[in-house]
Design a binder for this molecule. Structure first.
Ligand SMILES: [Zn+2]
Length: 206
């Protein structure tokens, strides 16, 4: 198993707030109980960038949601939670998203996509302790995450599982462009790959 990594308090706090938005207070308490994170019940990490919490905690909270709803049912819920993490990040601690001062007005959608993805990757790398970068193909951007909490998710079946990141990327792109884009995780550290890769189509959906 990968070596654990510290991450900012605000990142885990934002995940818990997002879980609460989607699953309610009781649902969140059930998840914290299930995942062995009882210390956080009514006691979320503070809203700051100190790195007192761990990737493993972020990962096992996500896994508890998958175990709670089942693999199929959890997918949409995790994606919804991911969308909410972007919104809470934006309101509570924009530094973890790197979007402060991002000027998007009058720019074409594709440029906006490139800028927001670049900022997210930079903030992941510098602030969240999660090395990430963006690659570009003809029809898609590839968001590459080289260290992910999914390394600490114990799953019976291996496979792509980072649906919260899919949701967060979709919400970030929507915020930056007003459009909905198709995002798919194509490789995943949980499945034994070297990185989690997200394929983002340049053409908006619909
Ligand atoms: Zn992954």
């Amino acid at each position: 198993m990968a070596e654990d990594r510290p991450m900012p308090n605000a990142a885990l706090r934002t995940l818990f707030l997002a879980i609460e938005e989607v699953m309610g207070k009781n649902g969140t308490n059930a998840i914290l109980n299930l995942s062995g994170l009882r210390e956080y019940i009514d006691n979320y990490p503070p809203n700051n960038l100190d790195q007192d919490v761990k990737f493993s905690e972020y990962g096992i909270a996500q896994q508890a949601i998958e175990d709670f709803y089942g693999k199929r049912g959890a997918r949409a819920i995790l994606q919804q939670i991911g969308r909410a993490t972007f919104r809470y990040g934006l309101n509570e601690q924009p530094a973890i998203l790197g979007v402060a001062g991002l000027a998007l007005r009058l720019l074409p959608a594709r440029t906006r996509m490139k800028l927001i993805l670049g900022r997210l990757a930079e903030a992941d790398t510098k602030t969240v302790n999660q090395p990430a970068h963006v690659e570009e193909e003809d029809d898609a951007f590839i968001f590459v995450v080289e260290a992910c909490p999914c390394a600490f998710r114990e799953r019976k079946e291996k496979g792509v599982c980072c649906f919260t990141t899919v949701g967060a990327l979709q919400e970030g792109l929507k915020w930056a462009t007003g459009n909905h884009y198709r995002v798919h995780e194509t490789t995943c550290i949980n499945a034994g790959d070297d990185a989690c890769r997200y394929h983002i189509e340049k053409e908006p959906e619909g």
